[in-house]
Design a binder for this molecule. Structure first.
Ligand code: IPD
Ligand code: CA
Ligand code: CA
Ligand code: CA
Length: 268
C-alpha cells in the first residue's frame, strides 16, 4: 500500500473510531437490549451491532473494494487476507460494557495482503486512543510509547490472563498454570483483550495469555503492541492465523521465550 493511501485510510479510520466512541458515550445510560450468543455469558447488545454497522457503512461507502471481518457478522465471509481487510471488534469487553459501563474498547486492525498496517484500540469511556502505523511507532493519544527493550524476568512480570487457565482446558495442564501463576509477580484480568494489548504496549503489564481469541480481539492491539517490540504467537510459538481462533501468548521477545518454555512442559 502506498504512503498516501495509508495516510488517508488512517485519517478516515481515526475519525470514524472517534465518532463511534462519541456515539457510545452519548448513549451509555440508555436502556440496552442484551442477547446471548454461544452461552448465557456470551453477551451482545444493540450497541455492539449498531457500532459494527456504522463502521461497515463508512468503509463500504468510501472503499468499496476493501473487505471487512467483524465480530457481529456484518462484514464479509473471507477465506484469505488478500487486499485491504479491516478487522473490527465494535465493542471488545461487552461484559464490562453491560455490567460496568467502562473498561471496554473499540478495536480495529487494518491489514494489507496479510500484513497489519494500522491499529486502533479506543478506550471509549476514558477517551484514550492507542494507535499505530507499521514501522512508525505506537502512540497513546499524542504520546509516543517507548520500545519495550528492558529485560524482564518472569518472576518480576505482571501477566494479563483470565481464570479459565486454572480450570480444566484442552490446551495446558492445570498444574502447570498453577505453578505459572505462583511463579510470576502478579496476574491481571481486565476483560478486554484489546485493552490487554494496549496495556502491554504501554508497559504497565509485561505479558498476556489467552486460551482462545478471534482475529477481531487481537488485530488492532497486535499492530500497536508490535510497534514497541511485542511478539504475538500461539502458545506453541507458531504465528496466529488471522482468519481463525487462536491461543495467544504476547510479550516482549525475551519474556515471550520464557513464557513459551514454561508452558511447554504442560502443553497437551
Ligand atoms: C472478549 C474479551 C475478553 C476475552 C474474550 C473475548 P468480546 O471479547 O476480549 O477479554 O477474554 O475471549 O471474547 O466478546 O467482549 O468482544
Ligand atoms: Ca463478543
Ligand atoms: Ca472481543
Ligand atoms: Ca466484541
Amino acid at each position: 500500500m502506498n504512503h498516501e493511501m495509508l495516510e488517508e485510510i488512517y485519517t478516515n479510520a481515526k475519525k470514524w473510531v472517534e465518532e463511534a466512541g462519541e456515539n457510545i458515550r452519548s448513549k451509555i445510560n440508555n436502556p440496552l437490549t442484551i442477547d446471548t450468543k454461544s452461552n448465557p455469558n456470551d453477551l451482545v447488545t444493540t450497541m455492539d451491532k449498531e457500532t459494527e454497522l456504522f463502521f461497515v457503512s463508512k468503509i463500504k461507502g468510501t472503499y468499496p473494494n476493501h473487505s471487512i471481518i467483524g465480530e457481529e457478522g456484518y462484514g464479509d465471509e473471507l477465506t484469505n487476507l488478500d487486499g485491504t481487510v479491516w478487522i473490527i471488534d465494535p465493542i471488545d469487553g461487552t461484559m464490562n460494557f453491560v455490567h460496568q459501563k467502562r473498561n471496554f474498547a473499540i478495536s480495529i486492525g487494518i491489514f494489507h495482503d496479510g500484513v497489519g498496517e494500522i491499529g486502533f484500540v479506543y478506550d471509549v469511556m476514558n477517551d484514550v486512543l492507542y494507535h499505530a502505523k507499521r514501522n512508525q511507532g505506537a502512540y497513546k493519544n499524542d504520546t509516543k510509547l517507548e520500545p519495550l527493550n528492558k529485560e524482564v524476568v518472569l518472576e518480576k512480570a505482571i501477566v494479563g490472563m483470565n481464570h479459565f487457565w486454572l480450570c480444566n482446558n484442552l490446551t495446558v495442564e492445570v498444574g502447570t498454570m498453577q505453578k505459572f501463576v505462583k511463579h510470576v509477580r502478579g496476574t491481571r484480568t481486565y476483560g478486554s483483550a484489546a485493552l490487554d494489548f494496549a496495556y502491554l504496549a504501554e508497559g504497565i503489564t509485561n505479558g498476556y495469555l489467552s486460551l482462545g481469541l478471534a482475529p477481531w480481539d487481537v488485530a488492532g492491539g497486535m499492530v500497536i503492541a508490535g510497534e514497541v517490540g511485542v511478539v504475538t504467537t500461539n502458545v506453541d510459538g507458531t504465528p496466529l492465523d488471522m482468519l481463525n481462533k487462536s491461543t495467544v501468548v504476547a510479550s516482549n521477545q525475551a519474556l515471550h521465550y520464557q513464557i513459551i518454555q514454561f508452558i511447554k512442559e504442560g502443553r497437551k
